[in-house]
Design a protein. Structure first.
Ligand code: FES
Length: 190
């Protein structure tokens, strides 16, 4: 009789222990799963303007790059203004990033209209410079040269400099920043 009772007690303890271990496992697993999937859920449910770097949304990011008054008139002999494209409020998986440099552009006015050219060389991605003495853009890596309007003149670059959409609002110039695949004849967004 005593033997039977202690065997039943052991079984009952095993069941209770199993339940407690399962509960502990769940208590750990649920927050861990929520944490691991939070960026995905945030992306699906987000109503904020913040964009994900490298994602579909980030493919064209509108960023203020200059004030209208500082944009040179290229027809009047002005030199293209090199402007950094810095976005704020982007997110990577878990963090909101205050300031993220996306790239650089050359901005100017041509026939009264704003123009913006990506400073990333379409050959292999080096930074393009402006050579005032030649009034041309030049890439220091493999000597590609481009006209002041971004047309390819010489060198291994397979296409013209990448033109970007640009607009003005309230005296501020905004660039619709985008990256394009390198070493292709056509502009293909990344
Ligand atoms: S990276 Fe510009 S010419 Fe090669």
């Amino acid at each position: 009789m005593g033997e039977l009772q202690s065997s039943e007690r052991r079984s009952a303890l095993r069941v209770v222990g199993g339940i407690l271990l399962s509960a502990l496992g769940l208590a750990w697993a649920i927050p861990a799963a929520l944490f691991a999937t939070s960026p995905v859920r945030r992306r699906r449910g987000s109503t904020s303007d913040a964009k994900q770097p490298g994602s579909e949304e980030d493919r064209a990011t509108s960023v203020p790059i200059a004030s209208l008054s500082e944009v040179p008139d290229l027809d009047q002999g002005g030199e293209p203004l090199r402007a950094a494209v810095v976005a704020s409020g982007l997110r990577d998986a878990w963090n909101r990033l205050d300031q993220t440099k996306l790239g650089s552009v050359f901005v100017g006015k041509r026939a009264g209209a704003l123009t913006a050219l990506s400073a990333t060389c379409p050959h292999a991605g080096c930074g393009i410079d402006y050579d005032g003495s030649r009034r041309q853009f030049v890439c220091p890596c493999h000597n590609s040269a481009f006209s002041i309007d971004g047309q390819r003149i010489s060198g291994p670059a397979p296409r013209d400099m990448d033109r970007l959409d640009v607009s003005e609002k309230g005296g501020t110039v905004f660039c619709q920043f985008q990256r394009f695949r390198l070493a292709l004849k056509n502009k293909v967004p990344v």
